[in-house]
Design a protein around this ligand. Structure first.
Ligand code: NAG
Ligand code: NAG
Ligand code: NAG
Ligand code: NAG
Ligand code: NAG
Length: 422
């Protein structure tokens, strides 16, 4: 088997939603079966994905500041922030930005239904952001091929008369209006869910295999609308058996799943379940005890760090200094456009092991190896990279998450990892 399956899967997904709403209701799950289409993964795709990740963290960490009045640990040595934009009701700055990623690297998505009568939409499942975003019927740029939200045809829709804009630097890329409506997820109904309906859409969303929209599963503290995220609305509506969702991401067909209202014990080894508390509510942020390569700890400046569990990021991402330390003494390792590559025949030796709550979780060599830099290359893209602005933090993306079952407990604000049942 070629070692490039992971990135092909990450970059070239076509999602087929097979479960009927009734099935989903009975099982209380959304299954997210994934199919792989063959294609070349290029440094350009990866770079575009990492730029989108960087943008997402810049926007959501500023949202944290604006929503809570406190600096976030990602940013608290950064430049001072102008506070009070929210209380003045002004629409300037990043307060109204909505994070979106370049869809060439879109990861995992599932189906929701919006409005009355309910209309189905496919949405990316992103635990690294907190907002629900769709394109609106007024959208005439880049929305082709996607289902659009038509507020007038939904009897439960309420126009909040609140515009939002997306800014990259000071160039407006995208904007629309906020609404509330009924959103159905795995048979559960979120009443009065805030959503953004975009009139202009991020151009890269136009890809034919991209989902219709984005659903954030992190906490309200990082919301661009300052509104309750979809899962939190279900919690507030008291409709869930447990205020928990479970995620399994797998390159194997029919093995990827988002479960709402509990975890799916048939997918993991219960005796390996390790619970770690959320340290700062906003992202799914937890303490990383240790990240080692061949037994040697790789975290600078100390042995512990903050980690953010993010299904919307393909890689394990840290700051550039940590990345340089990680690849030190790895023969043939080099950074190409800030993406690290290692000779394909050696890369499997350098996958990290992460320690959470005292338990070791190794990353397999096949998920660490994201495939050759280009067709026929003997250098492979490694699943750990550095990024400016991720100060001493570790974003734990799919390179890690494909190796575990992850439980997101909103009620107790904690994360559980368990070994997958094979
Ligand atoms: C998105 O990715 C494509 C390559 O798949 C690239 O051509 C494009 O420039 C990227 N867009 C952005 C905004 O990064
Ligand atoms: C995010 O912020 C960091 C640190 O300020 C900066 O280096 C980076 O270019 C920003 N990313 C984007 C996509 O603007
Ligand atoms: C939106 O819904 C209204 C009411 O059902 C309908 O008249 C209108 O044509 C729809 N717009 C689009 C673009 O489908
Ligand atoms: C946008 O930013 C650029 C560079 O930061 C600046 O030169 C330009 O004047 C800004 N434009 C507006 C409208 O603020
Ligand atoms: C939803 O909003 C409507 C109108 O504002 C309100 O009457 C209703 O009580 C809300 N329902 C819930 C469950 O919040």
């Amino acid at each position: 088997m070629r070692p490039s399956t992971a990135l092909l899967t990450l970059c070239c997904l076509v999602s087929f939603i097979v479960a009927s709403p009734l099935d989903a209701y009975q099982r209380n799950t959304i299954s997210i079966p994934l199919s792989r289409i063959s294609g070349d993964t290029t440094i350009t795709d990866v770079k575009a994905h990492l730029t989108a990740v960087s943008h997402k963290y810049n926007v959501t960490s500023r949202n944290y500041v604006l929503n809570t009045g406190s600096p976030h640990s990602l940013r608290n040595r950064g430049p001072p922030y102008k506070l009070g934009e929210r209380s003045t009701g002004s629409l300037t700055g990043d307060r109204n930005s909505v994070p979106l990623k370049n869809q060439s690297a879109t990861l995992w998505y599932g189906s929701i239904a919006v409005g009355e009568p309910p209309e189905p939409f496919t949405v990316q499942i992103d635990t690294g952001s907190a907002d629900l975003l769709l394109c609106s019927v007024r959208c005439c740029i880049s929305c082709a091929g996607h289902r659009r939200y038509n507020a007038t045809s939904s009897s439960t829709s309420l126009d909040l008369s609140t515009p939002f804009v997306v800014k990259y630097g000071n160039r407006t890329e995208m904007g629309g209006d906020e609404y509330t409506d009924v959103v159905e997820l795995a048979g559960y109904k979120a009443i009065n869910q805030t959503l953004g309906a975009a009139d202009t859409y991020y151009p890269d969303f136009a890809a034919s295999n991209a989902p219709d929209g984005l659903a954030g599963f992190a906490f309200q503290e990082i919301s661009s609308y300052g509104a309750t995220p979809l899962f939190q609305t279900l919690v507030d509506n008291h409709v869930l058996r447990k205020n928990v969702f479970g995620i399994s991401l797998s390159t194997q067909k029919d093995k990827s799943e988002l479960r709402i209202g509990g975890s799916n014990p048939s997918m993991y080894e219960p005796d390996t379940l390790t619970i770690v508390p959320v340290t700062i509510k906003g992202y799914w942020q937890i303490q990383l005890d240790r990240l080692s390569r061949n037994g040697e700890n790789m975290i600078v400046p100390t042995d512990k760090a903050q980690a953010i569990v993010d299904t919307g990021t393909a890689f394990i991402v840290t700051d550039p200094e940590n990345a340089v330390k990680y690849y030190k003494n790895v023969k043939g390792a080099r950074a190409v456009d800030e993406i690290w590559t290692v000779p394909c025949d050696m890369i499997g030796l350098y996958a990290p092991t992460l320690t959470f709550g005292g338990r070791l979780f190794p990353v397999s060599s096949s998920t660490f190896n994201l495939g050759p830099v280009h067709e026929g290359s003997t250098d492979c893209i490694a699943g750990l990279t550095g990024m400016p602005g991720i100060r001493e933090h570790w974003i734990i993306g799919d390179v890690f998450l494909q190796n575990v079952y992850t439980i997101f407990d909103v009620g107790n604000t904690e994360v559980g990892f368990a070994k997958l049942k094979l």
